[in-house]
Design a protein around this ligand. Sequence first.
Ligand code: HEM
Length: 558
Amino acid sequence: MLLSVQNTRRVAVPMLWRHMNDGKQRGQRQQLNQKYPIRTQIVQQSTAVHVKPPNVDNKSYVDILDAEWQQALPYKAIPGLTRFQMWRGFMKGGDFANLSMNDLLLKCRERFGDIYRMPGIFGQPPSIVLFNLTDFEKVYRTEGVWPVRPGGEIILHYRSSRKDGFFNETMGLTAHGEDWGKFRHAVNPILMQPKNAKLYMEPMQKVNSEFIQRIRDIRDPVTLEVPDNFISDINRLSFESVAVVALDHEFGLIRKNPDSKEARLLFDSLTTFLNALYDFGVKPSLYKYIKTPSYRRFEKSMDTIFDITNRYANEALARLERNPAKAGQERSVLEKLLKVDRKIAIIMAMDMLMAGVDTTSSALTAILLCIAKSPQKQQKLREELLKVLPHKDEHFTIENMKNLPYLRACIKEALRIYPLAFGNMRETGADLALSGYRVAKGTRVFMTSNMLLNEERFFPRAQEFIPERWLRQQDEAMTESEQLMADNLNKFIYLPFGFGPRSCVGKRIVDLEMEITLSNVVRHFQIDFNYSTDNAFANHFLNVPQIPLKFKFTDLNY
Ligand code: HEM
């Protein structure tokens, strides 16, 4: 992806000029430049710019960043909360005490604007919150070959304090620096290669057929609606779909064994783990110094996730060792990982379950809600699917799934309407001028890209589910009033799976899972949702469904 010359000039530079033309600030800047002479740091770090840099007036990207740095205002001039305001705000009765993470970020945006500081307290590092697209772009482009995504410190804390030293050799994909780099290098060829997707095709379709049957089992025979707690079935589908890849095993949680106590325990533990990411990653917490009751709850949930996944991973590995793939037979993902290293295989299975189950459930819920509330789009999708697969029970193959643009557009649009989180985080990989302020290398930044996805200036008719906005034809022959995407929209606004070498390692798996599930449900049923979708998702670190998901599934006869 390349930064367009137009974008650099139109957005970043005017902001800088605005500051430069202010006399007082110009004086401040001159003083600053005397104190900190021209920085060579960015130039020395030019290898950190891992995507092809733009060339504006023959200046390299590094030169541009360096020039911006020299003009920028000091870090301390960034508006934001004081330590006391932050601490007080989260205390009982404080301004932020009962706010979700997104509401906290928005409330501070109203107060301080599109860039602000959040101080670090109780051993947490300070952070900068960004709402500006050109800033996201700079952060990503300079993140380096081992990008640091903060927020997982609590997992690292747990893993490094385990008494059995299980994670001594590697912390898996929660790690940073070289440890992360080596781990990711080992698993990428197995998890990220498109051709390996065919390995999951069959088991995922099997799991999915069970899900279709489960819908028929549990829906009310008269109203054809599924029960309030349908999310638990979606969770089971997500778990099974990730588990067939991560653990090479079908647990039968969808139909054969839906009330498994162990599954319940695992799902509850995953929920506790997710909530902890906000409670310990953003809110002030003393967990680094004392084991608070909420930290103990988190620790217990991590122990549970560890014990269950470790046991199943070991069982799966023993099975594979007893029955290895025969010559010419394609090895499973787990078997391939096992060939690399036994511990990598086990830790990767844990990381996949921790990162892959709730995310997939929220995404599937988002997709079903959007499609159920848009009968015409649903019918259009069905027609596309029926052209490729005229019979309901015909199986998908990599080949026949290639040409389904409307299916992919529906999924993209659903993740725009209901993104999974506020955006993404990084530690800056270089000294950067962000929104005209100096932000030094190694600063923790929140990039709120997903919170901009519902803004009309970027996506006209933003509240409407319009998959067509992602189809290429829409650009052609469209008048301005018909446009569904802002002109020259910066690519860094829509990154549901993150960016660069640190982007989601489960993307191939979840793409396939979402495509198979949506296609299957739409091929078998007319889907309706006869209730309000207001506040459909509760926001912690991740957005999770919070309304009863009483979808109505009517069988289609063709
Ligand atoms: C719709 C579902 C999902 C979404 C939207 C999603 C999104 C993301 C995002 C935004 C990141 C951070 C990327 C970055 O920092 O640039 C991430 C990381 C990650 N995801 Fe996913 N994810 C999904 C499903 C999955 C699944 C099914 C798995 C496992 C099979 C998975 C495994 C991971 C792992 C292990 C990481 C950490 C990667 C690293 O730090 O190297 N995700 N995901």
